[in-house]
Design a protein around this ligand. Sequence first.
Ligand code: TYD
Length: 198
Amino acid sequence: MKGVFLTLEGLDGSGKSTQARLLARFLEERGLKVRLTREPGGGIEVRSLLRGDLSPEAEYLLFSADRAEHVRKVILPALEEGAFVVSDRYLDSSLAYQGYGRGLPLPWLEEVAERVTLGLRPHLTFLLDLPPEEALRRIGKRAKDRFEEEGLAFFRRVREGYLHLARLEPGRFVVLDATRSVGEVQGEIRTHLKALLP
Ligand code: TYD
């Protein structure tokens, strides 16, 4: 596998999507092949199915169906071509939201994920860390989806989950303080990327 797989993670409102776009542009400007992608929706458009009162299990399996297709049809082919793949969310979102947030057992999530992802893990994951109060304040301006309606307690569990995942794999995760300006956060992302650039 010749490419580099980068992911961005964090609470809703942490600015992941903006940072992913800026990162992709930065890499493209350096003449690198880049594939900017996202979950949910990178493989199968599952968003419309996620509405309503779904069990956490059903939710996880829908995200996983999307992910299985995303890995096989988008991420792996791009990596084979030597691209930098930048994904706005990936498996850590499920571990944080469905695992720590909704309380599904992590061993079951990991077991399913191993097969779903063919064992593919990011080379580097940027965690845009934000206090849940600030996340809620930011997304308050946008339309709330079903996760966001669960409020502060849920967001606290998700945030702690992400930080725990980061502590378990300090070599893969870069934890960034997402309360800072877009430019400052992007600057730090680029600094950490230097080692991976040709
Ligand atoms: P996101 O794309 O960040 O939301 P939007 O672009 O609509 O602001 O993701 C949608 C929601 O799905 C978000 O609350 C996080 C959640 N999610 C999970 O709970 N598990 C997952 O595995 C993924 C990929 C997303």
